[in-house]
Design a protein around this ligand. Structure first.
Ligand code: F6P
Ligand code: MG
Length: 439
């Protein structure tokens, strides 16, 4: 097997990783601090003086963190006592053991970018955990919720579309396939709406994405969706006992989650799948990632909509959850800095869960980085190999490109893209459906 290339780091001035750590990440911290400030009276109403003291403490910890990052200070062990604290600190030691400089100190800009960035979000969590009684406050909740409200028109259009397909079971095979491919594309473009790329600023979906799909097709650089259709059609016919499980490793809340739920509903109502397992984060993560609170919040809000089609979707989703056909899981592994190839060792229980699936969909850019171990692979390097042994079940990455990492392209494709659109790797304008499994 070929030797793995280096990890992406933020040390190359001008690289996307560098710009991300230098500008976007401090901006995210500033926004989190501002959010805490604005909720001061709420903390006071709920917890009295203790709430105000906690707000001050969280702000001072976050300001300290921002300073450490901006001045490239040493990365220090976590001091909280959460379920994952020991694993994190062991990983810090491991990263330190890889250093070949004399200081022996891990630094923000010289460590692998994936590790440093995940550590930053874990430190935000630590700052909150250390600030009871407001330790449960999600500093990103407001942005996630406004992304949902600002995308309202697109959400209603999408729910209406889904309602008009019912009863889905009565669609012809041809119509089923067309819809499947359409809803996959909607879920792909939903991934443009993450809030960490915009530094936490608004990134909602204001136009009806269904009408734009044809225009967006040329921006899909790898399209393996035919394999997904073939796989699920086959599973449906051959599954014994007749359980077809599809797992969706979620990314962002707001509009993107809505597109995933619409797809998940279609998979059940078309009988392409019999159960959907969602995987979300246990703590606030990369600004917009889904936590269990976001998941329930969105199902409730869709159900309570005053638009008939939207609320009908919400009622169906609530029913899927209650009847156990939609199952939400979270696991600390998703918010560790580890690449997915080590999942069998670090989280064997989670790996065993994924092995039960007929297909696992990985949404978003961060999941792609972790699937690829965030290494500088050649653009034409095979996807299967870059997964470095991570093959729990047939899987597909559905992601818009937001970092300088892409494998599996045709020879010359990357060069052509660079010539026609120099920002192709990082603007989220392009997307992929990249599949690994039986063909
Ligand atoms: O900043 C790092 C990064 O992984 C980017 O590559 C991307 O902008 C963002 O975080 C997360 O994107 P997504 O929500 O699609 O995982
Ligand atoms: Mg995200």
């Amino acid at each position: 097997m070929a030797e793995s290339p280096e990890f992406l780091t933020a040390q190359d001035v001008g690289s996307f990783a560098y710009l991300s750590m230098k500008d976007r990440t401090p901006q995210i911290l500033t926004k989190a601090i501002d959010t805490l400030h604005r909720h001061k009276s709420e903390f006071f109403e709920k917890h009295g003086e203790e709430g105000v003291e906690a707000e001050k403490k969280a702000i001072s910890l976050l300001s300290k963190l921002r300073n450490e990052l901006q001045t490239d200070k040493a990365i220090v062990p976590l001091v909280d006592k959460c379920d994952d604290t020991d694993i994190w600190n062991q990983h810090l030691e491991y990263q330190r053991s890889l250093l070949n400089d004399s200081t022996g100190e891990l630094r923000w800009f010289f460590s692998p970018w994936l590790f440093a960035e995940c550590y930053m979000y874990r430190r935000i969590h630590e700052a909150m955990v250390q600030s009871p009684p407001i330790h449960d406050f999600d500093v990103f909740k407001e942005s996630k919720d406004s992304n949902f409200f600002e995308s309202q028109e697109s959400i209603d259009a999408l729910c209406l579309h889904l309602q008009q397909l019912r009863p889905v079971r009565e669609l012809s095979e041809k119509q089923l396939k067309e819809e499947f491919l359409r809803l996959l594309q909607i879920s792909l473009w939903g991934n443009k709406c993450d809030l960490s790329l915009s530094g936490g600023e608004s990134s909602s979906q204001k136009t009806n994405v269904i009408n734009s799909l044809e225009d967006l097709k040329p921006f899909i650089l790898i399209n393996d969706t035919e394999f997904l259709w073939a796989l699920l059609s086959k599973c449906k016919k051959t599954a014994a006992p007749p359980v077809v499980r599809v797992d969706i490793v979620l990314d962002n809340s707001g509009f993107e989650l809505l597109t995933d739920l619409v797809l998940a509903d279609f998979l059940l109502s078309s009988e392409l799948a019999t159960e959907i397992h969602f995987h979300g984060k246990t703590i606030p993560w990369f600004v917009s990632d889904v936590t269990v609170r976001d998941f329930s919040w969105i199902v409730d809000h869709v159900k309570d909509s005053n638009q008939k089609a939207t609320s009908a979707c919400g009622a169906a989703w609530d029913n899927y959850v209650k009847s156990g056909r939609w199952i939400y899981h979270d696991h600390i592994f998703w918010t560790l800095p580890h690449p997915y190839c080590v999942m069998p060792q670090v989280a064997p229980d989670l790996y065993a869960e994924l092995q039960k699936a007929c297909l696992v969909l990985f949404k978003g850019d961060l999941n792609y980085r972790k699937l690829m171990s965030d290494r500088k692979w050649e653009f034409t390097f095979p996807f299967h190999q870059a997964l470095s042994g991570f093959h729990p079940a047939p899987l597909c990455s559905i992601r818009t490109l937001k970092c300088e990492l892409q494998v599996g392209l045709q020879p010359g494709q990357a060069e052509q893209l660079t010539a026609s659109d120099p920002g192709w790797l990082t603007t989220g304008r392009y997307g992929i459906f990249q599949y690994d499994g039986p063909r």
